[in-house]
Design a binder for this molecule. Structure first.
Ligand code: NAI
Ligand code: HPV
Length: 409
């Protein structure tokens, strides 16, 4: 349980992993001055030491925000994931601390879709091998094993924001698109949904993975799935490294059962550009290996910087939690002349009445009040006169079930 009343000049932002400067610009123009940045993710012990002092943390996909880390985060108000995936954050631990988590669900989707299509074209033409050979002084002018992308079947696993964009772009190039998703989805264009992963694998010339990291997607592509793919097919993974078992994939590529693969994400990824990348796929010329850069374009990163920083500013300035991934969503108007009390609590019966009893017992007039809950937590926002806010905040923090409370003025 914690009580926080913050003044802008004291609010500390820590932005890790080379988050685009557009984020710092948004924060500065909103009046925040304490912004520390780092080009890399921090090792667990360093992160734990640092987070104790931070109110807002910005990360990308490499920082691991475990329950242990949240244990130390006594001042943390919100986390901004300047990316799509939030699997690197223990969302339950964040919720238990009353910490809202935000992300950028759309800004880098086009970048991933473009990279995947480019890789599909290069692999179908055997460019990675021909390129590697030419760098060693070889010359392999041959049409053998080279194909056009037109007319080929692209099998998309996970028909969400990225999968659907890829589907549209692939059809524009004359591909047939099939997809598998656990949810029934409206197919775009002439795409077709199939009913099982193995059905998809059996009919696709190129399989591209676009699922989130969850218990159900872990090692979703193993030896049996690689075996179920068409001989001479291509596998592309720009989703998460835990979705594909690398050993059976490497074996199928060595045996030429698969024509090639493009892998952007790995079970273990180096923490910074200075660390060594290790993988059984190293040295296979029919594999495009990229260092988790599916979403790394200037356009995507600049937009993500703006999008997530704006969400953090709104949450900090007026309590708006719209599009949070772990919090009840409340879109709040301005509160001129009033103090705004934000109260985050476990969603158990009686909390709202306990809160409102504080106001009535102490003769505090409520100017406006908003409540939103999800299955685990409730978020109550109450605007009152400035004169009563210290007393109200102190009493709110004592309500049974309180996770966090703060005041905005
Ligand atoms: N390589 C990179 O730099 C990037 C990687 N990503 C990864 O791509 C993932 C997908 O991104 P979006 O398309 O924006 O996500 P999304 O949430 O819009 O779509 C994911 C789709 O996968 C489906 N799905 C979930 N579990 C499934 C399962 N077990 N089997 C089949 N389908 C399942 C969902 O129903 C949904 O339609 C992200 O979660 C992230 O991990 C995202 C951006 C950049
Ligand atoms: O958006 C995502 O989920 C990604 O995987 C991109 O991660 P990154 O910001 O490049 O570390």
């Amino acid at each position: 349980m914690s009580k926080t009343s913050l003044d802008k000049s004291k609010i500390k932002f820590l932005l890790l992993e080379g988050i685009h400067p557009s984020a710092s610009e948004v924060l500065r123009s909103a009046g925040y001055t304490q912004i520390e940045t780092s080009p890399k993710a921090l090792p667990p012990e360093e992160l734990k030491a640092k987070i104790a002092d931070v109110h807002f943390l910005g990360i990308r996909s490499a920082s691991q925000l475990t329950a242990d880390v949240f244990e130390q985060a006594s001042r943390l108000v919100a986390v901004g994931c300047f990316c799509i995936g939030t699997n690197q954050v223990d969302l339950n631990a964040a919720r238990e601390k009353g910490v809202a988590v935000f992300n950028a669900p759309y800004s880098n989707t086009r970048s991933v879709a473009e990279l995947v299509l480019a890789e599909a074209i290069l692999l179908l033409r055997g460019v990675p091998e021909k390129n590697a050979l030419a760098h060693r002084g070889g010359w392999l002018k041959s049409a053998a094993g080279s194909y056009e992308i037109r007319g080929k079947t692209l099998g998309i696993v996970g028909y969400g924001s990225i999968g659907t964009q890829l589907s549209v772009l692939a059809e524009a190039l004359g591909m047939q698109v099939a997809f598998f998703d656990v949810v029934t989805k409206l197919p775009l264009g002439n795409a077709r949904q199939v009913h099982s992963l193995h059905e998809l694998l059996a009919q696709s010339d190129i399989v591209s993975l676009h699922v989130p990291e969850t218990a159900a997607t872990q090692w979703m592509i193993g030896a049996a799935e690689v075996a179920a793919m068409k001989p001479g097919a291509i596998l592309i993974n720009a989703s998460r490294g835990t979705v594909v078992e690398i050993e059976p994939l490497a074996e199928a590529l060595k045996q030429k059962k698969l024509l090639g693969a493009a892998i952007d994400v790995f079970p273990v990824e180096p923490r910074s550009n200075k660390d060594e990348f290790q993988s059984p796929l190293r040295g296979l010329d029919n594999v495009i290996l990229t260092p988790h850069i599916g979403g790394s374009t200037m356009e995507a990163q600049a937009n993500i910087g703006l999008e997530v920083a704006e969400k953090l500013v709104k949450y900090s300035d007026n309590g708006t939690s719209t599009s949070s991934v772990n919090f009840p969503e409340v879109a709040l108007p301005a509160h001129p002349g009033k103090h705004r009390l934000l109260h985050i609590h476990r969603n158990v019966p009686g909390v709202l009445s306990a809160i409102n009893r504080i106001f009535s017992d102490n003769h505090i007039n409520i100017a406006s009040q908003y409540l939103q809950t999800n299955e685990k937590i409730g978020y109550v926002v109450t605007d009152i006169d400035a004169a009563s806010s210290d007393l109200a905040l102190e009493k709110l923090a004592q309500v049974e079930g309180t996770l966090r409370s703060r005041v905005l003025f």
